[in-house]
Design a protein around this ligand. Structure first.
Ligand SMILES: [Zn+2]
Ligand SMILES: [Zn+2]
Ligand SMILES: [Zn+2]
Length: 615
């Protein structure tokens, strides 16, 4: 008998499994899903039995024997292996590498002593009475908690986008539910990972609250998947391979087990809107401050007079939000907020200093600089957002000499929180990194200082991203605190729709449809970096042509875009180029596997990306 074994080891992506001979003495005991030890070169490693077959008549190469079966009860089920096989094909990883991420840390001595319970037999459940895919919106924390309690049917997985949200989800469960709840996130120690993984594997916990990697845990009797804050981009594992998106994996699990999925949130993702969910009307809207009138009144500070007064008079916390900087430079009018955009991609141009031109990275359209604004005839300039440092200086200048506040700055480079006195009121200046540090119950003023910079980022999701951030603040802020948004462009559809969300969603959805962006298409991006810019470009062109020829021959419903340089172009020592494939929403699951086969080994595979520009 031959066993096809997945080595639990980082291996090259084309390796699926290795063949091993099952020794005569083990043929009665060997099962699919078992953990075994196998000799590999000069060592012995762990592996999982993927499948079994008869010994071929003629063996062309020498096959080694399995060393031992570690547990007689299989560690994982066939269905679990089936899921892993599909995921490794979607995300361009060997199954072994994937298992290394998804299985419990393989500590030899511990493994020998654990007890595995039998895996309940696989049964695809009858279609549930309710909807397979549901959505609920909550208006406040109380409603959020009550609904979560009801949704927790043993066993339930609740996914949250950030670790910092786990305590509040936990707190909303009943005492009884809390008793049988486990947490899963990337900061668990190896020891905690081991015991939690095993408890979940053995079906000993009822509820699991986790961040995105929790979707890879071995669930054998999952009754419900809840994806909370479903609109949040952090449900995507975007920064390293495998670049998976929890919603895609949840839907795959659903296909196999008929597990109901509930999306929930205060805000609603555009994909959910397109599926028929109506965003709720908010009771309250932020105060929009028109910065143009500040400028015409000769106030050139980063703060409007209202905001300056609010900051200098309060005894409580203040949060000043800024976008992350250095993302992309755009060109526009500082007086009316006009920016130049590419008409075929519907995304803002990026200003290129060297050639002094405006360019669309995606379709290569370029335009020369115009010096007067087509809208208001003012002069046009390079738009630069203020950094947290500049804002800090301005805050210090505005505050009276003797003030009570601690000034705290949090962005990609700085995090001052550890040095500050907990009792002092704070002025927190920060990018999105600062959000978990806001003390909502003590915060009197929330100010988005320079929101326009975010709205001209050439990403299809820039507008919705900002929309959800505003909604997040509305959900979290205490009812008596004020929320200001400073903008040069108060006519922008986003601000105009704050009291009428459907207007914003309809507008955005129409554009996404017209320009073929998600959720109306399934995008996968493939990108490649090289120390030499020309070599990176040549490789991208070469791969594009090969893929295109292959596509034409196979007549697949996939649209490939020409390679473009990413932004920043030079990142982590390499120049980056990207190719986008647009797939059909109903066939992407197979098309992705098909197309990935033609992607060279050193390319990055990023299905369902949250950014098209940044490597
Ligand atoms: Zn203008
Ligand atoms: Zn374009
Ligand atoms: Zn560029």
């Amino acid at each position: 008998m031959i066993a096809h074994i997945i080595p639990i080891k980082r291996v090259q992506k084309h390796i699926t499994f290795f063949d091993y001979l099952v020794p005569e003495a083990l043929t009665q005991d060997i099962r699919i899903g078992q953990l075994v030890s196998i000799p590999l070169r000069n060592t012995v490693i762990f592996g999982i039995v993927f499948s079994l077959s008869k010994k071929p008549e003629k063996q062309e190469y020498e096959v080694k024997e399995i060393a031992a079966i570690i547990h007689s009860i299989p560690l994982v089920s066939r269905q679990y292996l089936h899921i892993i096989r599909i995921l490794s094909a979607w995300y361009g990883l060997a199954m072994g590498t994937f298992l290394l991420l998804a299985l419990l840390p393989m500590q030899k001595r511990k493994l020998q002593s654990i007890t595995l319970k039998n895996i309940p037999p696989y049964k695809k459940k009858e279609k549930p009475f309710g909807k397979l895919l549901d959505h609920f919106s909550y208006e406040n924390k109380k409603e959020h908690g009550e609904k979560l309690q009801k949704l927790c049917k043993k066993q339930t997985l609740i996914l949250v986008p950030k670790k910092s949200l786990m305590p509040e989800v936990f707190a909303s469960l009943t005492k009884e539910q809390q008793k049988y709840t486990a947490f899963w996130h990337s900061d668990l120690t190896k020891k905690e990972q081991f015991s939690t993984w095993l408890k979940i594997r053995n079906g000993e916990v009822d509820n699991i609250i986790g961040t995105r990697s929790a979707i890879l845990l071995p669930f054998f009797s999952l009754k419900h998947i809840v994806i909370d804050y479903e609109y949040d981009e952090q449900h995507k594992h975007w920064d390293q391979t495998p670049r998976f998106y929890t919603k895609d994996i949840a839907l795959l699990i659903q296909q196999i087990y008929n597990t109901p999925i509930t999306y929930s949130g205060y805000s609603v993702s555009l994909a959910e809107f397109a599926r028929g969910t109506i965003p709720q009307k908010t009771k309250e809207t932020p105060t929009i401050i028109d910065m143009r009138s500040q400028r015409s009144n000769h106030n050139y500070s980063v703060f409007s007079t209202t905001v300056e007064e609010a900051i200098t008079t309060t005894e409580d916390d203040v949060f000043l939000f800024l976008n992350r900087r250095g993302y992309a430079t755009s060109y526009g009018c500082r007086d009316c907020g006009f920016t130049f955009s590419c008409t075929s991609c519907n995304l803002p141009f990026i200003y290129h200093e060297k050639s002094n031109t405006l360019q669309c990275h995606y379709c290569k359209t370029s335009a020369s600089i115009v010096f007067t604004c087509p809208k208001c005839a003012s002069s046009v300039v390079k738009l630069k957002g203020a950094g947290t440092e500049l804002v800090e200086t301005q805050v210090r200048n505005s505050l009276p000499e003797k003030h009570n506040h601690a000034i705290v700055r949090i962005d990609a480079d700085v995090n001052d929180t550890t040095y500050t006195d907990e009792k002092k009121p704070r002025i927190l200046i920060g990018t999105e990194k600062a959000l978990p540090f806001i003390r909502w119950n003590k915060t009197q003023h929330i100010v988005f200082i320079h929101i326009d910079q975010q709205l001209v980022i050439p990403e299809f999701s820039a507008q919705t991203h900002m929309w959800h951030m505003i909604q997040d603040v509305l959900y979290r802020k205490k009812p008596t605190s004020s929320f200001y948004i400073q903008t040069m462009n108060p006519e922008h559809i986003l601000f105009q729709s704050l009291a009428d969300p459907i207007r914003f969603y309809t507008h955005e959805n129409t554009l996404r449809k017209r320009f073929n962006y998600p959720p109306h298409t399934y995008i996968t991006r493939y990108f490649y970096g090289h120390q030499n810019a020309q070599k990176a470009k040549d490789e991208a062109e070469k791969v594009y042509h090969i893929l295109n020829q292959t596509l034409t021959k196979a007549q697949k419903d996939i649209i490939l875009e020409r390679p473009y340089d990413m932004h920043p172009k030079y990142y982590r020592g390499k120049y980056w180029f990207c190719i986008i494939a647009r797939m059909n929403n109903t066939t992407w699951k197979n098309d992705l596997i098909w197309l990935n086969r033609y992607i060279p080994r050193l390319w990055r595979i990023d299905p369902h990306p949250i950014s098209l520009l940044s490597p």
